[in-house]
Every structure is written in C-alpha cells, then in structure tokens.
Design a protein around this ligand. Structure first.
Ligand SMILES: Cc1cc2nc3c(=O)[nH]c(=O)nc-3n(C[C@H](O)[C@H](O)[C@H](O)COP(=O)(O)OP(=O)(O)OC[C@H]3O[C@@H](n4cnc5c(N)ncnc54)[C@H](O)[C@@H]3O)c2cc1C
Length: 391
C-alpha cells in the first residue's frame, strides 16, 4: 500500500477519541462514528493509574489534565459501621516516586473533553449507530442503522462494554451478572464529613481516597475536578437484577435502602446527593482474539473488566497508544499492523481482567484480605517505545 491507511473508529468514548487523537497526531486519516447525538457531560468519576497517565503524558495532555483532575494524597480504608481505621497509606508521593507518574482521579467528562480536543469536529460523525462490520481482502466495511456503509482500510471497534463490533466479529460473549450493583453519585466537596465514627474520633481528609469496607458492600470515594467535587461508587451485593448501563437513573432512596445499618456519617453524606445512577456489574471471560483481518477491538470492547482494579480507562489509553504506534509502523500492511497491536496488548489486558475478577472475589470474603498488588500494572509504560511519524 502506497498511501496512508484510512482508519474508521467506531465509538467516541475514552478509547475511541484517544486512538483517533494519537493516530491523527501521527498523520493518519481517521473518522470516528458515535451512536450518541452529542457527547455531553455524562458519567461520574474514574481513576487513571500511573500507567494511564504515562500515555496522557506522551500525548502532551498531562499538564492540562492536572488542572482538571485531582491527585489523592492517601488511600484510607475504614470499617463500614464504626468507621474505625483499617489502614492509611500514602498515595500521591508514593505513586510519583515508585511509578514515575501520578495517580489521578477525574470526572469522565473532563478526561473525555481533553481527549476530544485532539480530534477536530469534522472527523467526528454523531448519531451513527454501527450495526456490523465486515473485513475483505483489500478493505473493511462498517454498516450503520440508517442504512449507510463506510469503507476503510482499518476499522477499530471502540464501542464499549456491549460492543456490536465484538459481536459482529466473534459472536455474543456471555455476560454473567455478579449480583453486585453499583450506584454512582457526586457531591460538592464541602458536604463531605471530615470527622466520623461514634465519638467523631476518626479524621478523614477531603483530599484522601476513602474506602468504606463492609461485609456485603463497599463505598469508594475520591475528589475530582480540582477537588471541587467528591465522587462516590457505592457497591452492594444483592441478587436483585440491575442493567449493565452507564446511564440508567436510580434514586437516593433506592441506594440508601441497600445500606441500612451502615455508618451514620456515611449515610448522611449519601442522603445529600441529587442524582444517582445505577450499574449492574457483569463479568465476561477474556477473549482469545481481538482482531479479524482488517478489524480490531480496543478498550472495553476488547477487555470488558470489573471495576475492582479501577483500570478500565488506563488499559484503554494504553491500547490507544499501542494501536497508533503499530498502525504507523506497519502502514504498508494494515493486517500486520493489527496483528502486531493485538500481540502487544492481549496478554496484559487479559491478566488485568483476571486480576480484577480475583479482586472482586476477595472483596466478598469476610474479613476482606488486603488488596492485591497493582504495582505490576502501574509500573508498565506503554509509551516506552515512542511513536514515529508516518512517512
Ligand atoms: C456514557 C458513559 C458514562 C461512563 N461513565 C463512567 C464513569 O462514571 N466511571 C467509569 O469508571 N467509567 C465510566 N464509563 C466507562 C469508561 O469510559 C470505560 O470503561 C473506559 O474508559 C473504556 O473506554 P471505552 O472507550 O472502551 O468505552 P466507553 O468510554 O464506554 O465508550 C464507548 C463509546 O462507544 C459508543 N458506542 C457504543 N455502541 C456503539 C455503536 N453500535 N455504534 C457507535 N457508537 C457506539 C458509546 O456511546 C460510547 O461513546 C462510562 C461510559 C459511558 C459510555
């Protein structure tokens, strides 16, 4: 192939826009197709480990992200009822020193906006719901709900946890409901209590990442947006079915009913939230392939994982960088580029997916064992081999 490959990315979430931005930075021709009519302020907080921040650094976005996000000073774990301290460990200083990059917490919308600014509006096609893909000898085709088709040299399925591209390539992947429901909510930081426990003897700083750990649930809290907002993931084990969705609304009453008997200060804080979203957590086995011919997968489409390691966004950012690097390196042979991308990424992503499952199972043990080490995940630098501009 003499000319540069044209890449069609399906899905303008975190992975789709990161991949499109990285590919464009390297001089590739990219178009992004997103089913949503707009890309507004959706979602709540997410975590970016040092491994994810290294990718943002290589894309030139780390400094701007610092202003939009937050770096929790410490990780604190307290008991669900008494708020007694289980442990407190430094995070901010430790991450920078041990992993050469910060551990960051951000509103998904802020990270998304930052990545989106690397992709011009003209290459973004909204209200384009992909219904299937096909790979041929010399091109690939994506079909859309309005009957249109798009031809490209390469197609990247970055269409999230319930990926149509994945289904089109490899069939429906069975998803098992884990009987855990997570509520997601955000509070202004000034509503967060700093003294908790029966005699208010336990001090929690608003700059800390706090886990309230109970026998059948946990509440994970951290500041986002420069410390203005406090994000809460409120997870409870319950056989009651819940939809796997980022946007399914719930109510404060529904969330509070699941936490009867938990610490008063925690419940008081939860009773102040205005908007609550409910998310059923599902588990899927790792895929044995991501690629078929000229089509591949990236992000949650490739490796849907449980949230217990908080690595979904970071591993996705690593994918985006590795994809761009391989597409440019093998720009004369798109199939080879996708094979090289998959070979570089699939074992690491599988290992993280499986550890997220192990951590999920550990969280259900009473008493919960200490968290599994994420050091090997944080140490990784997907950008150690730099990208080169296409010739
Ligand atoms: C609305 C929303 C809110 C979220 N909120 C949070 C949050 O608060 N905390 C958190 O940790 N994670 C959240 N996530 C998930 C998080 O962004 C991902 O787990 C992670 O960053 C991996 O990114 P991804 O690009 O693989 O998937 P996503 O970021 O989920 O992006 C997938 C994109 O593909 C689009 N899409 C799906 N199907 C099609 C189709 N058939 N045709 C075209 N486009 C399609 C989706 O609309 C979406 O924009 C959210 C995702 C979404 C979509």
């Amino acid at each position: 192939m003499q000319r540069k490959p044209r890449v069609a990315v399906i899905g303008a979430g975190i992975g789709g826009v990161a991949a499109a931005g990285a590919l464009r930075k390297l001089g590739m021709e990219v178009a992004v197709y997103e089913r949503a009519p707009d890309l507004g302020e959706v979602g709540a907080g997410l975590q970016i480990g040092p491994n994810g921040v290294k990718v943002l650094r290589a894309l030139g976005l780390e400094d701007t992200l610092q202003g939009l996000a937050f770096e929790p000073t410490a990780i604190v774990s307290v008991n669900w009822d008494s708020a007694s301290l289980r442990y407190r460990e430094p995070l901010k200083a430790m991450a920078r020193q041990q992993f050469a990059a910060p551990y960051i917490t951000a509103h998904r919308a802020d990270l998304h906006r930052l990545l989106r600014e690397t992709v011009p509006d003209q290459v973004m096609v909204l209200e384009a719901r992909c219904t299937g893909v096909a790979s041929f000898e010399n091109h690939a085709v994506a079909s859309f709900a309005d009957g249109t088709q798009v031809e490209a040299d390469l197609i990247v399925g970055a269409d999230g946890i319930r990926s149509i591209v994945r289904e089109s390539l490899f069939g429906a992947a069975p998803a098992r409901f884990t009987e855990q429901t997570g509520w997601r909510a955000i509070l202004p930081i000034e509503l967060v209590p700093t003294r908790v426990g029966p005699d208010k003897s336990v001090q929690i700083e608003r700059s800390e990442y706090v886990g309230w750990i109970g026998p059948n649930g946990h509440v994970i809290c951290y500041p986002i947006r420069g410390g203005e907002l406090y994000n809460m993931f409120v997870g409870r084990v319950s056989p009651e079915w819940a939809e796997e969705s980022w946007t399914a609304p719930s109510t404060r009453a529904d969330m509070l009913a699941a936490f009867a008997g938990w610490n008063d200060a925690l419940l008081e804080m939860l009773s102040k939230v205005e908007h609550v979203f409910k998310w059923g957590i599902y588990d899927r086995d790792p895929l044995s392939h991501w690629t078929s011919g000229r089509v591949t997968l990236l992000g949650d489409a490739a490796h849907p994982m449980m949230p217990t390691l908080a690595q979904g966004a970071s591993i996705t950012l690593e994918d985006a960088y590795a994809l761009a690097r391989n597409v440019v390196r093998h720009s004369d042979d798109p199939r080879r580029a996708l094979r090289a991308y998959e070979a570089e990424r699939i074992d690491r992503a599988r290992r993280v997916q499986l550890q997220a499952r192990d951590q999920f199972n550990n969280n259900r043990k009473v008493p919960a064992p200490p968290p599994l080490s994420r050091d090997w995940i944080f140490e990784h630098d997907a950008t150690a081999e730099p990208m080169a501009l296409a010739g």
